[in-house]
Write a protein that binds this ligand. Structure first.
Ligand code: UD1
Ligand code: UDP
Length: 359
């Protein structure tokens, strides 16, 4: 069974590492990895392949730093060529990036079966490029692997049942990765302090496309830092470019993006996560840390319902006050919201079964 895996962005490397490990154990399975090139800096891409022993991509399309249409269009064209050469039985796509929709669409048009890992998530905010990507990818996927029951319910509500595709509650593959790699977590070399800090990541388009909005966030974080809160921010290159461009001053600890093993160390050691990341919201929960999410909406609604995550609107003129009020929030992570950490095995078993019966 030939599985063509489409990867492009940092969180996809982390998710795919767990399925790659299972595929490697299967004697009649072969994985061919396509890296679209969407993320390309060493610490946004290479480090993950090295640290997590992800098999080397057979193809690197080197498509990045383009507008949504140009990036997705070029990926579509190039992935199509690869599929025609490799003739896979499955194309597996992860999450909600431009690489995801390009991979799914190229495969579907060539009548190759598409498996979508992290299907069924909805923020119900169509201004987010991720929401568009995930809705469209779900529409053309043959097997939809849902991380949560709510994701299954979203697909059911949208009339997916009985359409000839298969919905599988696999649990969240990011939990597999977190459980597997937490024993190997390591302190980032750039960080000397050992604890007592709050972890910050900001990169989403809704926060970085508007300088006013990004400045509100930085200003609020600067204020917290002035009041004595230690903050550590591994800065995504997208955000760094804007900060450098405006020459904004940040009065707390900023570091380059770190590999996953370093990131797990930071999440484990911090007292709070402040982010707009999708993945970080869950990882905060895995490690029992409260998460303040600087977004209008989240696709991980169960975290908000369980009071593990507080959504904070950035437009709020009292952003600093709202952050301050929530800074000591605690988390009960005893509910198994994301399964048991065996999503990769469930996914591979389903791919094998669907392959043997012709879906
Ligand atoms: C993408 C995903 C987003 C995901 C994020 C994970 C889409 C629409 N967005 O956003 O859902 O949360 O990845 O991190 O697919 N850049 C670099 N070096 C890199 C990578 C990016 O300099 O290694 C720069 C690019 O040149 C570009 C900017 O960052 O100017 C944005 O990169 P892009 O891949 O378009 O979007 P992300 O913000 O990373
Ligand atoms: N991550 C990392 N190093 C960093 C920042 C994030 O390894 O410097 C990991 C993080 O732990 C999570 C994933 O990257 O597993 C999330 O990626 P990101 O926030 O870029 O994207 P999103 O999840 O929002 O799509």
């Amino acid at each position: 069974m030939r599985i063509l895996t489409i990867l492009g962005a940092r969180p996809q490397f982390i998710k795919a590492s767990s399925l790659s490990r299972e595929i490697a154990k299967c004697e009649f399975c072969e994985e061919i990895i396509v890296h679209t090139g969407q993320h390309f800096d060493d610490n946004m891409s290479k480090i993950f392949f090295e640290e997590m022993n992800i098999p080397k991509p057979k193809y690197n399309l080197e498509i990045n730093s383009l507008s949504h249409g140009a990036m997705t269009g070029r990926m579509l064209e190039e992935i199509e060529k690869v599929i025609l050469i490799e003739k896979p039985d499955w194309v597996v796509v992860y999450g909600d990036t431009n690489s995801t929709i390009a991979g799914a669409l190229a495969a579907k048009k060539l009548h190759v079966k598409v498996a979508h890992v992290e299907a069924g998530l909805r923020s119900f905010d169509m201004r987010m490029p991720e929401e568009i990507n995930r809705i469209l990818t779900d529409q053309i996927s043959d097997v939809l692997f849902c991380p949560t029951q709510i994701a299954v319910q979203n697909l059911t509500n949208e009339g997916f049942l009985g359409k000839g595709n298969k919905i599988v509650m696999s649990g969240d593959i990011m939990l597999d990765s977190a459980l597997y790699y937490k024993k190997s977590m390591k302190r980032p070399k750039s960080l000397s302090q050992e604890g007592g800090f709050k972890l910050v990541t900001i990169h989403r388009e809704e926060n970085t496309n508007s300088p006013k909005r990004l400045w509100s966030i930085i200003n609020a974080l600067n204020m917290l830092s002035k009041e004595g809160h230690n903050l550590v921010w591994p800065i995504h290159p997208r955000t760094k470019k804007i900060i450098d461009n405006y020459d904004w001053k940040i009065h707390f600890r900023c570091i380059d993006p770190v590999g996953y093993l370093e990131m797990l160390y930071l999440i484990n050691r911090c007292s709070l996560v402040i982010t707009d990341s999708g993945g970080l919201q869950k990882e905060a929960y895995f490690f029992g840390k409260h998460c303040l999410t600087l977004r209008d909406s989240t696709e991980w609604v169960e975290l908000v319902e369980n009071k593990a995550n507080t959504l904070i609107k950035v437009e709020d003129e009292t952003l600093t006050d709202v952050l301050r009020c929530n800074i000591d929030n605690k988390v009960d992570n005893s509910s198994h919201l994301y399964g048991d950490g065996n999503a990769a095995l469930i996914i591979l078993n389903q791919l094998k079964e669907s392959f043997s019966v012709g879906v």
